[in-house]
Design a protein around this ligand. Structure first.
Ligand code: CUA
Length: 329
């Protein structure tokens, strides 16, 4: 059972300060409630066992012997008072623990936070790294990179219906509500790749609304962010050049951006650095040439209901296009 609870998409494998707090609270509740449940079941079993042996409590014997009745009544009162006191103690402990964890989840007082705006779409994630200088904004999709040890402030919003942003290893769920941005903080303390999932049913491909989060040291995160700020790479081979032409003259430009080219539509995920991402279709398939070809030709086969239409390209157009998209690192 525990093997299924470890890994990159598990609340029992916390990797951030906030998830550790929530995990601690969960264990406290589990252990206390589990112990109480076992005690209740044990008492029930004992009572049933005594009843089977024909034992009748003196308190309800008829006619009641007066002295025995008084003694058992006093014992019952003591037991009830002790049980009420114990229950109150447990509830107050839970309340205090819950309060302390809520405080620990509050936004930290820091000016050093990284602000990332996440916009949920049916069924993918738009990601924007905010910056006071507009030229330093970074826009990407479905794959987050963040530095370890630095507070991250997510601003969550939706472009259509309610979605929910959830990285089980890192924080609790937070809904993305149209017209009502919400906020979520986390400080990740373990480098790694974590899987996130939309956690609010949002239509046909809700299950294929995934995202990846790569938590890495600042030494590798900063170069990644700098690289994402650059416009798309210029084609270096004849085939890549032809691939870009295919992209720009087909319906791709109606929905996608490739920085540094005339393709600037924001309907679908930006593809400026598409080649550097690990998945396509918001986690619907790995970002490999064969999957990418299938995705471009007929995305509905991989992700039925996806907003992307089929693109019946001829082989002499498809291969250069694949070469070009793969080169966009
Ligand atoms: Cu978006 Cu479920």
């Amino acid at each position: 059972m525990m093997a299924g609870c470890s890994g990159s998409q598990s609340t029992l494998n916390p990797a951030s300060e906030q998830a550790r707090q929530i995990g601690g609270l969960w264990w406290l509740f589990l252990i206390v409630c589990g112990t109480v449940w076992l005690a209740v079941v044990a008492m029930l079993a004992a009572a049933l066992w005594r009843a089977r042996r024909g034992w009748v409590p003196t308190g309800i014997a008829f006619p009641p012997p007066l002295l025995g009745n008084l003694r058992s009544e006093r014992r019952a009162t003591r037991t009830v008072v002790a049980a009420v006191a114990f229950t109150s103690l447990v509830l107050v402990t839970f309340l205090a623990a819950d309060f302390l964890v809520s405080r620990a989840l509050a936004p930290p007082s820091t000016s050093d936070a990284l602000t990332i705006r996440i916009t949920g779409h049916q069924w993918w994630w738009d990601i924007r790294y905010e910056h006071s200088q507009p030229s330093k904004l970074v826009q990407t999709a479905n794959e987050l990179h963040v530095p370890v040890g630095r507070p991250i402030h997510f601003i969550l919003q939706s472009a259509d219906v309610i979605h929910s942003f959830w990285f089980p290893n890192l924080q609790g769920k937070k809904d993305l509500i149209p017209g009502q941005p919400t906020s979520l903080w986390m400080t990740i303390d373990e480098a790694g790749v974590y899987r996130g999932q939309c956690a609010e049913f949002c239509g046909h491909q809700h299950a294929n609304m995934r995202l990846l989060l790569v938590a890495e040291p600042a030494e590798t995160f900063e170069p990644w962010l700098d690289a994402q700020r650059q416009p798309a790479r210029e084609p270096t081979t004849e085939s890549q050049r032809r691939g870009r032409e295919v992209f720009l003259r087909s319906s791709c430009v109606m929905c996608h951006t490739i920085g540094g080219t005339p393709a600037q539509s924001r309907v679908g995920p930006t593809l400026t650095h598409f080649g550097s991402r690990q998945t396509l279709g918001a986690g619907a398939a790995p970002n490999q040439r064969g999957h990418l070809a299938g995705w471009i030709l007929d995305p509905q086969r991989i992700k039925p209901g996806v907003r992307m239409p089929p693109n019946p390209l001829a082989a002499e157009d498809l291969h250069p296009l694949l070469d070009y998209l793969e080169s966009l690192e």
